[in-house]
Design a protein around this ligand. Structure first.
Ligand SMILES: [Zn+2]
Length: 222
């Protein structure tokens, strides 16, 4: 394992012209050749360019081991029936997986428990070169590989918005919906973290395609 210290810092001018600087947290990461191999295999297998809701963007390279070979901005899923707001920056394998989760789990759960059609997912985070949970010195987050997305709310055609923060322990319909969405995510993603995981996930679902365990086939569903 190698410790990467991000060399840049972000400074902004605040009133009174005092420069307030926040230094990017450092993280621990290792070279993982499987990532580029898996991404290349996906790019040859999946015809992502056919979707008008998924736009290729320039490569995300670094700093350090962060990035993806050919990331995409995804602003809609399931043929555009459901918006992603703001657009999520994701690597190849995440795109059909998000589609599958929404089509097979989230849309049916919205109909079943909330009696309305799902129209939008609120994206709380996607690509971000940072340690897990933002804690300096931690392992690099899957967000740093464009291999994760955080969803904080679900908008419905009837105007309602169900947030993870208030709905997880909210009305029975909201609870049933969110718990079904979380449970079903565990069938398609390899990591799913929600409010039961820890306080960092009190207001969103984190889903990613990390490899877990010695053989890489482990799953985390919390
Ligand atoms: Zn996350």
């Amino acid at each position: 394992m190698r410790v990467y210290r991000l060399a840049f810092s972000v400074c902004v001018l605040v009133p009174l012209f005092v420069a307030a600087c926040s230094h990017a947290p450092e993280f621990v990461a290792q070279e993982e050749p499987w990532r580029a191999d898996a991404e290349r295999a996906c790019l040859t297998r999946v015809n992502i360019a056919s979707s008008p809701f998924v736009t290729p963007r320039s490569a995300l390279g670094g700093p350090s081991v962060c990035g993806a070979l050919k990331p995409f901005d995804m602003n809609g899923t399931v043929s555009g029936r459901v918006r992603l707001v703001p657009a999520a920056t994701l690597q190849c394998q995440m795109i059909p997986t998000v589609d599958r989760w929404v089509a097979e789990v989230v849309e049916p759960a919205a109909q079943r428990y909330l009696f309305s059609q799902l129209v939008e997912l609120k994206v709380a985070a996607s690509y971000s070169c940072r340690p897990m949970n933002g804690i300096s010195g931690g392992k690099l987050s899957e967000h740093g590989h464009a291999n994760a997305v955080d969803i904080s709310a679900f908008k419905l055609a009837d105007g309602r918005t169900v947030t993870v923060k208030s709905g997880w322990n909210g009305s029975s319909a909201e609870r049933d919906f969110l718990h079904a969405v979380h449970r079903g995510a565990c069938d398609v993603f390899t990591t799913v973290l929600g409010p039961n995981a820890n306080s960092f996930h009190a207001d969103h679902f984190h889903v990613d395609l990390a490899r877990h365990g010695r053989d890489g086939n482990g799953r985390v569903c919390q």
